[in-house]
Design a protein around this ligand. Structure first.
Ligand SMILES: NC(=O)c1ccc[n+]([C@@H]2O[C@H](COP(=O)([O-])OP(=O)(O)OC[C@H]3O[C@@H](n4cnc5c(N)ncnc54)[C@H](O)[C@@H]3O)[C@@H](O)[C@H]2O)c1
Length: 360
């Protein structure tokens, strides 16, 4: 077992550190990307995925770790941004030994990086990794963890949507509005409940028959449409992408009838420039990484010893942060996605700079 590269990389990507980890016995090949520790230890999940090449794995970890720095900064956390990828097919190579080998590499960073779940890794995996390192969140409740992070993700999305509703219609409520939820998975289900409780009408779609069966049984008042294209074209006030990335693209944005887009999915903008297209059509888009931060807020709370009510209070603040971003966007004449980036960069610079005040 050995680290075959560990490098400070202040060059083109701006990352503080990128660590390549390898353990031949177990087949572990992982890359840990630390974009910034300006606000504290870097927190971000571990993606376990069969990348086509090492270059593809590296590109993904660099991108994702940068994104986490912005997300954690705007979530008000005293945490920087990092992410890790394990390169390989989890179905084929995931084992106790591999996860524990990975845990030892995380431990070797002495708290500069905290890991969590992501695509291909689950709460049970975090419990295994935690046998080798203290620097892990997203563990099971039995092991002191925060459990299912989709609960506060949905709560945070709902708060962001309230702020958008206030900005567009003058009141922080979805009462009387028609909201289209694309994806009734872990987050979409909780979001649907919050919306119905608030007095909204919900129109929804999912590709999974079980999810549709759930909504027919538990919330028969929800109107179902055939697919995401039908939802985009439907007479809705708010569109909530809660399935996969890329929901806002060159086809969907021109067809969209909603005035607001607020949803849980990561990477909703298919490519740079879509935020401008939305703004030009008069559609208010609340940046995904701002409104879906409830999940990271939930798992980050584990570092202090998990307290659901405290984490929920923090996730409720997504309402205030979204308001601030929308105001800044208006003041500076830029789309909310640009305003959000500016606010995150400002916090990293202003608070990160304080480390230059010597304490001893
Ligand atoms: N769970 C969290 O805490 C969390 C945190 C931040 C961001 N997110 C993001 O939010 C999104 C939803 O997460 P989740 O945990 O609910 O995932 P999930 O897998 O539980 O749910 C996704 C749902 O979308 C459905 N779906 C997939 N393709 C679809 C399509 N083309 N049209 C309609 N429905 C489709 C699936 O059948 C599933 O029911 C993801 O993009 C995820 O990355 C989740």
């Amino acid at each position: 077992m050995g680290v075959f590269a560990s490098t400070d990389d202040p060059g083109s990507t701006g990352h503080e550190q990128v660590v390549f980890c390898q353990d031949k016995q177990t087949g572990l090949k992982a890359i840990i990307g630390i974009y910034s520790t300006a606000l504290g230890p870097a927190l971000g999940g571990t993606r376990f995925y069969p990348y086509a090449s090492e270059e593809a794995a590296l590109a993904d970890v660099l991108d994702l770790s940068r994104g986490m720095a912005y997300k954690n900064a705007l979530a008000g956390l005293d945490l920087g941004g990092g992410k890790a990828v394990i390169w390989g097919d989890p179905e084929q190579i995931k084992s106790e030994a591999l996860l524990r080998a990975y845990g030892r590499f995380v431990e070797s960073l002495a708290g500069r990086y905290y890991t969590a779940c992501d695509v291909g890794t689950y709460v049970a995996d975090m419990d295994v990794i935690a046998r080798e390192t203290r620097y892990v969140t997203g563990r099971s409740v039995e092991h002191g963890g925060a459990g299912d992070s989709s609960i506060l993700t949905a709560w945070g999305v709902f708060q962001g949507m309230r702020a958008a509703a206030e900005h567009v219609w003058g009141a922080p409520t979805l009462a009387g509005k028609r909201v289209g939820v694309a994806g009734l998975g872990k987050v979409g289900k909780y979001l649907t409940k919050h919306l119905l409780d608030d007095g909204a009408e919900v129109v929804a779609t999912d590709v999974n028959p079980k999810a549709l069966e759930w909504v027919r049984t538990t919330h028969p008042q929800v109107e179902l449409v055939d697919d995401a294209s039908a939802l985009v074209a439907a007479d809705i006030d708010v569109y909530a992408p809660c399935a996969l990335g890329g929901a806002l693209n060159d086809d969907t944005v021109p067809a969209l009838r909603a005035k607001v887009v607020t949803g849980a999915a990561n990477n909703q903008l298919a490519h740079p420039g879509i935020e401008k297209l939305l703004a030009d059509r008069g559609i208010l888009y609340t940046p995904d990484y701002v409104v879906n931060a409830g999940g990271v807020i939930q798992v980050a709370d584990e570092i202090e010893g998990f307290n659901f009510e405290r984490a929920k209070l923090r996730a409720t603040k997504i309402y205030d942060t979204t308001r601030e971003i929308l105001q800044l966007a208006d003041d500076e004449g830029v789309p909310p996605a640009v305003a959000a980036d500016r606010l995150a960069e400002r916090r990293m610079a202003d608070v990160g700079r304080l480390r230059s005040i010597l304490l001893r």
